[in-house]
Write a protein that binds this ligand. Structure first.
Ligand code: IPM
Ligand code: MG
Length: 368
């Protein structure tokens, strides 16, 4: 059995707690002989800054580059509000994305039937919801230069961020979205702001051309990003795959996630280009952040991280069947009425992080 090298970067806040539960599932997979996953744990974010003055060290970057996949918990928190901008906890995550060239961020928003009532929308709007947001992750305004604040010397300052995209960057993310759509409902919405932004004009042009030349079997709709945000709360089930740029994807994915009941449920995969063997560099992380308000209390929801591990098994280790089993076990535990505080319901039993992880392992053991 080929051993897989998985680098675990729990990070800050609730990161270590939720990653601990992913570790529990990894131990179960190894013990069952379903795979051989060798893990190593390292620092990223505020904890890395505290330990060596950088949000991610060169040594950790080398390990990330050498690993078959990386799993990250969360970064950031008020403790690091005052650290220099370049060393803020988020810089560690952004460097991982950029240096591993993880341009394709997959954020599925799936509404588990048991949780439809936890959504802020009415049950009939979200029951059975299954959207895949494909967010461009290494370009756009996140990384564009110039990016600076200049002192104008007259008591005024001027801040600049640069939104920049070139054809190849748009093309490669659109290919990921259109390919994914072929395994789903063959429907893609491409969201941009071509009515005010040149990057939107180019985005639209490139996606249209690619679709016309190679994806006649997929339905493509162009949608303005603000309208997309509105439609997501009006009638979310009209969407299958949404492809969009880095900044719009950041916002639309938080919005889509909340439709499913809680940000604590949503996993993500960030993928690079496939090599000759079909292997992609990859980072898996829950969409939620470090939630400093509940950190250390054992109350965080580990489901998003466990579901991120399932994505890792599917996309990096080609263990789709084990991934299916983990997702089914999550569903089962929710059906049984177990809830963490973020998805608490009157008729259900509220449990902590550890109990939720243990319940998922128990469901796996029962082969459910
Ligand atoms: C996300 C987060 C990050 C982002 C932050 C932590 C830098 O919000 O992954 O969505 O803006 O991309
Ligand atoms: Mg975000």
């Amino acid at each position: 059995m080929t051993p897989y090298k998985l680098l675990l970067l729990p990070g800050d806040g609730i990161g270590p707690e939720v990653m601990g539960e992913a570790g529990r599932i990894i131990a179960w997979i190894n013990a069952r002989g379903l795979a051989k996953i060798e893990t190593e744990t390292d620092l990223v974010g505020g904890c890395a800054y505290d330990s060596h003055g950088q949000a991610i060290s060169e040594a950790t970057m080398s390990k990330a580059l050498a690993a078959d996949a990386v799993m990250l918990g969360a970064v950031g928190g008020p403790k690091w509000d005052g650290v220099p901008y370049d060393q803020r906890p988020e810089a560690g995550l952004l460097r991982l994305r950029k240096d591993l060239d993880l341009f394709a961020n997959l954020r599925p928003a799936i509404c588990y039937p048991a949780l439809a009532d936890a959504s802020s929308l009415k049950r009939d709007r979200v029951d059975g919801l299954d959207i895949m947001i494909v967010r461009e992750l290494t370009g756009g305004v996140y990384f564009g230069e110039p990016k600076m604040i200049t002192d104008l010397g007259n008591g005024q300052k001027r801040a600049v961020d640069t939104q920049v995209y070139q054809t190849s960057e748009i093309e490669r993310i659109a290919i990921v979205a259109l390919d994914l759509a072929r395994e789903r409902k063959r429907l893609v919405h491409s969201a941009d702001k071509r009515n005010v932004m040149k990057t939107g004009v180019l985005w639209n042009e490139v996606v249209t051309k690619l679709h016309k030349e190679r994806y006649g079997d997929v339905t493509l709709h162009h949608i303005l990003a603000d309208n997309c945000a509105m439609q997501l709360v009006r009638a979310p089930k009209q969407f299958d795959v949404i492809v969009t740029d880095n900044l719009f994807g950041d916002m639309l994915s938080d919005e889509a996630a909340m439709l499913t009941g809680s940000l604590g449920m949503l996993p993500s995969a960030s993928l690079g280009e496939a090599d000759a063997k079909g292997h992609r560099r990859a980072l898996y992380e829950p969409v939620h952040g470090s939630a400093p308000d509940i950190a250390g209390k054992g109350a965080a929801n580990p489901i998003a991280t466990i579901a991120s591990l399932a994505m890792c098994l599917r996309y990096s280790f080609f263990l789709g069947e084990t991934a299916d089993r983990i997702e089914a076990a999550i569903s089962k535990v929710l059906d049984q009425g177990l809830r963490t505080a973020d998805i608490a319901q009157d008729s259900c039993c509220t449990v902590g992080t550890k109990e939720m992880g243990e319940a998922i392992v128990a469901a796996l053991d029962r082969g459910e």
